[in-house]
Design a protein around this ligand. Sequence first.
Ligand code: AMP
Ligand code: MG
Length: 532
Amino acid sequence: MSSEFNEVPRVSSRWLERFLADPESRTYSRQVSGFLHSLVTPTRVADPQLLAFSADLALQLGFPECYCRSDAFLQCMAGNQLLAGSIPYATRYGGHQFGQWAGQLGDGRAINIGEVIDLNGQSQCLQLKGAGPTPYSRGADGRAVLRSSVREFLCSEAMHFLGVPTTRALSLVGTGDSVLRDMFYDGNPAEEPGAIVCRVAPSFTRFGHFQLCAMRGELQLLRDLIDFTIAVDFPELQACHQDRDSRYAHWFAEVCNRTRVMLLGWMRTGFVHGVLNTDNMSIIGQTIDYGPYGWLDNFDPQWTPNTTDAGMRRYSFGQQPAVVQWNLYQLANALLPVTGNREFMEAELTRFATLHERDWRDMMLAKAGLQPGAEQEDDAVLDGMMQLLAAQETDYTLFFRRLADFDHRRQELQLADIVSDAIYDQESYDDIQRQRINAWALVYAARLEQQGSDWAQRRARMNAINPCFVLRNYLTQQAAEQAAQGDLQLLCDLQLALQRPYEEVPALRSLYARRPDWARHRAGCSMLSCSS
Ligand code: AMP
Ligand code: MG
């Protein structure tokens, strides 16, 4: 390593400058009152190994590649050493889990290690997930297993390149220590390799941070947190609105807007978060906490990747808009004692649903390469398309990529042939099914003709919003299994593919295929437990 990178980056923390720490410095699980965080030191790990890092994010943070390959970086990302200036801390939050108030939760295994200013001048907070117990661990070990860390590392970066707001992941480090987990909750715990992901985001503040202050009646702390969040994470609002009531109102509206943009990104790409508890909702509208998430293979709005949710399907793909709105209601309830303005908030929450419905419709039209126009004609095309997707198991990702290949002026090319590799059950893909698709293609072609649609332009537009690569569940599962055996090849290949999700790279073609049959019901490939 060249000498110029012997110095580790210097970090600071605006959170620590603003808020007093819990005076109890010992790390034992407890309720913390009157403070938003506790100082805590990451617990040493035995034999850290850098399994992967995001070169793209490192570049944005101004970390030279050779630094990221150095032992100094590895030790800091493992929690064995501190970045210069780092005062590590874990924060306190609460949340509604599966619709029930769960009380104090907090960073039970995530430790903030400081902020750096990135190349765009944006402050970015670094956080180690799996770095050992904190006062918020609730008796658990503060660690994370390799399989869940591989999943979080890859998905954070995949979402970023898909253009969906998300926390990011700088590094994936194997700890060399093992962790005991009951993966299937069936009374058979086993040792698994441990790992740490360094997550990066402008803010890790969650709805649950505000909720816990409100629930405990800590109104001054709640006001301080609201004012801090607006000043630090929404500086444009701070500058525009001198009047406090107006500032609070515009802030809540902006949180709703950002959350709506994030939600639409999920619905466009077929992402299912899996645990949309209020503690897993970021106040800056980024996807956060990648646990038992999943991607739609066949289009099924009722699909949930989370085994704990299999009965209720509260967090299934199609429920996400309603649940996100419910979470915003909980946020509004928490803010109300400080911000007031109930009518305004209620109107915003109603507007959220109305705007999402409009967004969803416009987006589905755009996915099909159509511009919104005459309502009745648009509805006919969309309704028909949704019926096709529901009629037989059809891959959500492949269907839209193939639809872009359909040239409506070349009637000899039948849509049923063009989209055939998006169909799961090839044996039942018979003449009746094919005729149904070709019949819809006539309606679709007529609409394209009415809009004077040019095929090459439409194809380019569609392929810019319909990914060819999503992080299919079975791929991540295989990458995690192979990484546990010391084979990092698939992890590397997935890192390559996820950086260009809209562009077909011939060498990566096998990663674009629909889910293979063997993966349909295999644990980790179709559904996941929360054990991580
Ligand atoms: P999650 O389901 O990952 O959003 O976690 C819910 C809560 O449990 C959060 O407060 C986490 O910090 C905490 N938690 C989850 N796993 C662990 C663990 N292994 N050790 C300590 N806290 C944990
Ligand atoms: Mg969480």
